[in-house]
Design a protein around this ligand. Structure first.
Ligand SMILES: CC(C)(COP(=O)(O)OP(=O)(O)OC[C@H]1O[C@@H](n2cnc3c(N)ncnc32)[C@H](O)[C@@H]1OP(=O)(O)O)[C@@H](O)C(=O)NCCC(=O)NCCS
Length: 209
């Protein structure tokens, strides 16, 4: 699909979540969420080592995320409660896995884990990836030690294709192996994502899904 035809999903509603394109005005909510999750995220998310940082840096980062989204370079989303008063995590659709592919990443606030929210988020982004971006495959990558993360693609019908050695940097400056999980378009109808209902809206608020 050409860039002029593509209408990215700026706003997605799931059963319990609002997932939307970041806005620089979200910086204080992001700061609060990240500060509360430093040790939860440190083993798995190397960007946590930028903390602590001034609010201005967060504003600048959210502006970059927003401009990457608007330019169709990378679709980085905030995960909010429906009232948009709290950041519950972050996610994204990253076209960095080669032709035809898109990668989903995620993190969830420690106070909300083990309730299926990463799974609910991934279901929504899988639908957006196949039904709006028309990708051939969706990938999820994670450290094999990250049991909670690996459980998400496993539940959603992804195939574990390989574990590559020492491909990730961990938050402690070391190296970690990387599992590659893939869902191809022909297997999407067999995934629980296929039948789950979401609402996705374009930049003008028009319903896409
Ligand atoms: C990984 C992460 C996003 C998962 O979020 P979550 O909302 O808890 O995920 P879900 O609830 O949708 O699914 C987690 C699954 O792991 C399972 N799980 C949790 N702890 C487990 C354990 N010790 N052993 C085995 N399974 C476990 C849960 O039971 C659940 O599976 P189920 O629904 O079949 O019961 C969250 O823990 C997180 O943010 N971690 C830190 C950042 C991170 O690792 N991001 C991913 C980088 S690849």
């Amino acid at each position: 699909m050409s860039e002029t035809q593509l209408q990215p999903a700026y706003r997605i509603l799931t059963h319990r979540l609002l997932i939307r394109c970041w806005d620089p005005a979200d910086a204080p909510l992001v700061e609060r969420a990240v500060q509360a999750n430093l040790e939860h995220l440190r083993p798995w998310m190397p960007w946590i080592n930028q903390e602590p940082e001034p609010l201005e840096e967060k504003i600048a980062r959210l502006r970059r995320f927003r401009s990457q989204f608007d330019r169709d370079e990378s679709y980085i989303y905030g995960i909010f409660n429906p009232e948009e008063t709290r950041v519950l995590g972050g996610t994204g659709l990253h076209p960095r896995t080669g032709p035809g592919g898109i990668e989903i990443g995620y993190w969830i606030d420690k106070d909300f884990i083990n309730r299926g929210l990463a799974t609910e988020t991934s279901v929504a982004l899988i639908k957006v990836a196949f039904e709006i971006h028309k990708v051939r495959r969706v990938e999820i990558h994670c450290d094999p030690h990250n049991i909670r993360s690996a459980a998400v693609p496993r539940k959603l019908g992804f195939i574990h294709e390989a574990t590559l050695r020492q491909r990730l940097t961990d938050g402690a400056g070391g190296w970690a192996d990387e599992m590659f999980w893939t869902l191809f378009e022909e297997d999407y109808p067999k995934s629980p994502a296929y039948t789950t209902e979401i609402q996705a809206f374009d930049a003008a608020g028009r319903r896409l899904i």
